[in-house]
Ligand binder design. Sequence first.
Ligand code: HEM
Length: 453
Amino acid sequence: MHTHMDASPSTTTARTPSTKLPPGPRLPIPVQTALWVLRPVSTMRRWHERYGDVFTIKLPFNGDVVQVADPALLKAIFSAKPDDARAGEANSILAPVLGASSLLLLDGREHLRQRKLLLPPFHGERMQRYADTITAITEQELARWPVGTPFALRPAMQRITLEVILRAVFGLEESDHLDALGPMVRDLIDVTRNRLAVMPWFRFDLGPRSPWGRFLRQRARVDELLYELIRRRQADPHVADRDDVLSMLVQARDENGEAMTPQELRDELVTLLLAGHETTATSLAWCFNLLLTHPHELRSLRDDLDAGSTTRLDAVIKETMRLRPVVSIVARTLHAPLQVGEWSLPAGVVVAPNIELVHHRADIYPEPERFLPGRFVDKQAETYEWLPFGGGTRRCIGASFAIFEMRQVIPVVLQRAAGLRLVEQSMDAVRRQAVVMVPERGVRVVLEPAAAS
Ligand code: HEM
């Protein structure tokens, strides 16, 4: 790639030539990559301590990735012109799954157009209409939990969040003959978990048994059903009366009065599904892991809920997402130089606001390793200090949806599964699973027979 590394002297400060990147580990790329993948949290902390708030790491596919851990510097990144700091390009590894029109992959005008079409259904107040659906789905899941036998909470939460998306976003109903879609989508997600399948090196169709071949066939089957769902919704004379996100998207028009194409609709459905369900489920799993290891906090939450308040609940959710953000960094590929503090970063590098490191700064959050929901009871979360959903024009469009869903699910679980306790009385270690930071053992719990309802 040709980049403008030879910036003219007028744009170059005397102290920092624009070609010079912030310091960082000098380890060979495979070693940096291995640490990044296998020990994400401790490695980042160590590099942060050693090199400061702005440091450069090297990764395959992305090259130089400049990590930024100072909230004061994030505004410059999140408010850079979308064409100069591109998020879509930085996510391009996901293209085979999401499709070329996915909001996550687009940049510039095209991104803005899709984002405007997608935002209205995710407006905070609209979420209210999904409250009963979420509660019912959670209750159904709880009814299946075994009593006295350990099980992992994260997959259980994933069953809830997947079902919520299929109903609230896709508009599937229990009676729907498309309910085959549910299990198929689950399979597709499983294939994407196979890291080999999404790695560019392995993108050869070597028949139905090879990872890539399996993926292509699975994708084709899911797409067939998705296109049928889209056709039916487009032909539905009562679409205007429906509550689901797809029905709104089918009716949405851009500035030129154009509707979304079936391919755009398909790509956005898959994007919402993949961006929305595992993230929310993982946050819920971390939340229960934290609450069950902090009985005192759990009691405060229960008391507050019993008193009809949601103040404590909101604080617990914010503190969970601060302490265990499920997405640890976001990334922008620079197409023009960008000034970040004293550094003039050249086009071609990736700049990455490091959510995990910002959330663990002791100057913002005293005793940053402790789970202290009280810190959010009287204090607002600041835009560049609390950023589990990223920021700027790429900030997560599902943020309200995710928080609303967590607010619904947590009280139902606490009420209906009062006897829930951890199998191991400790926090799970943080493990990287593709882009999501998950609890290593999936948060293993057991429902005590005596207290089970
Ligand atoms: C706890 C749950 C969630 C977390 C932690 C989360 C986190 C994120 C983050 C960090 C980004 C990137 C932001 C950036 O680059 O600045 C993002 C983008 C996105 N998220 Fe979420 N997300 C969650 C739930 C959801 C849900 C429920 C949906 C939809 C149903 C969703 C849909 C999206 C989409 C479409 C984007 C791309 C936005 C764009 O590029 O314009 N997310 N999310």
